[in-house]
Design a protein around this ligand. Structure first.
Ligand code: API
Length: 277
């Protein structure tokens, strides 16, 4: 029997496990079984709240996709972890607290019980950091995906992202491009593939095909990545609203040399117990 909280951030949904006292002990087969929306509970990502390894951080959080693969970062997830810690009495409103993700620390602040702002750190564009195979760093790479030449941006927000500017958000053809871009061989660890339409300099629309999880209603790091890529090209202002199928996030980034901030909601759905036998 496994107790869990079901949460979501803009429809990007999570099973959150309290591993503060009991270590995380699920293997890939368990994670996949729990992820099944018919015979399990269902989630886009599984999150574990654990004691921090880094003494400068209050807690650690682990992240797994539906296929059991781990991730280094999750933007909608970290907001849910912050709201979960507040509900557990471990995080006060208004307090800025460092949490440790698999890719390093981020700073969270609860604006209210269901709204969180996060300093996500600095976007990393160096190809080795993404990781993305390229001889030199550029703000645009042309790669062939499913027989189509695509101009992409490649960035890490603690996890790898490909960002493509489009005039229309994914339709039938781009539905195929999402999975193909996520598994493109130049992204040696795969990529979360974001398709972004620029409405104006302060407003973007985005759809993301996530590595290990497929199309999601929202991707927090995907919104950060879209902002990072477009602002580095000078295409957007320092504060943007990003509309995703599940709702909107606000992203603030002055530009290279600065950390990037993400603000958005976190919602509880239910508390449950997974009966494994
Ligand atoms: N949904 C998450 C990102 C999950 C990323 C994961 N699919 C990966 O393999 O990196 C977010 O809100 O940022």
């Amino acid at each position: 029997m496994l107790r869990f909280s079901k949460m979501h951030g803009l429809g990007n949904d999570f099973v959150v496990l309290d591993c503060r006292a009991t270590p995380f002990a699920l293997d890939v087969a368990h994670i996949r079984a729990l992820a099944d929306r018919r015979t399990g509970v269902g989630f886009d990502q599984l999150l574990s709240v654990e004691p921090a390894r880094d003494p400068g951080c209050a807690f650690y959080y682990g992240i797994w996709n539906t296929d059991g693969s781990p991730s280094g970062q999750c933007g909608n997830g970290v907001r849910c972890v912050a709201a979960w810690l507040h509900r557990a009495g471990a995080l006060a409103l208004g307090e800025a607290v460092r949490l440790e993700s698999p890719s390093g620390p981020v700073t969270v602040r609860l604006l209210d019980a269901h709204k969180v702002t996060v300093d996500m750190g600095a976007p990393a564009f160096a190809p080795t950091r993404v990781p993305f195979v390229a001889e030199v760093e550029a703000d645009r790479y042309v790669i062939e995906v499913d027989g189509t030449a695509l101009a992409i941006g490649a960035v890490s927000m603690g996890n790898p992202h490909a960002v493509v500017m489009v005039d229309e958000l994914p339709n039938g053809a781009a539905e195929r491009l999402g999975p193909a871009l996520s598994t493109h061989p130049r992204f040696t660890e795969g990529a979360n593939a974001g398709f972004v339409r620029r409405i104006d300099r302060t407003h973007l629309a985005l759809r993301v095909h996530e590595r290990g999880a497929g199309w999601t209603l929202a991707c927090g790091t995907g919104a950060c990545a879209a902002m990072a890529v477009l602002r580095r090209r000078g295409a957007v202002d320092e504060s943007v609203q990003v509309d995703l199928p599940g709702g909107s996030l606000h992203i603030d980034w002055q530009g290279p040399g600065h950390t990037l901030w993400m603000t958005g909601p976190a919602a509880f759905v239910f508390e449950g117990q997974w009966l494994t036998d």
